[in-house]
Design a protein around this ligand. Sequence first.
Ligand code: SF4
Length: 296
Amino acid sequence: MVVPKIMTIVRINPDNAKMIILDNDYLLIQNDTTPMNELKPSIVKQLIASNPLYNKKVPAGEQFLDIAEFFCDSIQGENFIGWPSSFLRLQHCTLYCIWCDTKSVWREGNPYSFGDLFQLMENPEYNLINKFKDGQHLILTGGSPLRQQNSLLAFFDKFKQRYGFIPYLEIENECTLMPDPRMVDLIQLWNNSPKLSHSENKKSLRYKPEVIRLLSGLPNSWFKFVISDEADWSEIQTDFLDKGLIRKDQLVLMPLAGDRNELHKNRGMVLEMAIKNNIRYCSREHVELWDIVTGA
Ligand code: SF4
């Protein structure tokens, strides 16, 4: 199996971009004035890099997941920000949001057998099984993780048989597919993100009241709304709060932010909206830290 070349960069100070770069045994300390958006992620390690030219196959009959990318030693950038986290980005999505910042990643991918994934996680270079035992979260993201929920359930069954535990699992969920009850039991934190009209998806595709109602009944479920302008609040009010689909205390408002400039431009308006309506505000910390770099 081809494992992508690893380059690890540790940023000491994001303002002057002074870095230690570790590339295998090579250690370099430098003052670098490279703009932040040209920097690679900090200490993040890529287990599977997004690579549309890598045409991987799995032997017939083997169980697999279609993976777009997999990286560890990053942080959760939204909702409960800051937890050390690994991200397993599943290929494919049920929607196509006009401003999606990861569509260049989740549209591409390759099938990875369960054995491939265990081998990567057991690689001493990543030491991932111990990191999961020690509390690093595993975030299932996409695209749409629930599009592969049957395979995910089978994968974590095998994971438990092999290692005797399940990592702390978060899921990023666009709220269009009904979760299997076993998935409800498996996931410890549901980061739901129903899409509003500014995503330019057809309402019949993006708005599934029965799915949202089930998710809002879970004690570990939050709803992050991407906000692009002040009119978005009335859509949240009409389609979600007035219909009793979501409780106010489950709501989180986040600025639309394809890059750091857009985050800074929009956050004041969203912060005001959150405070005015007594809703939790949330930044996009990965965008703040790493701007448009994916795999971070
Ligand atoms: S649901 Fe999420 S991953 Fe899918 S297109 Fe929209 S923003 Fe992108």
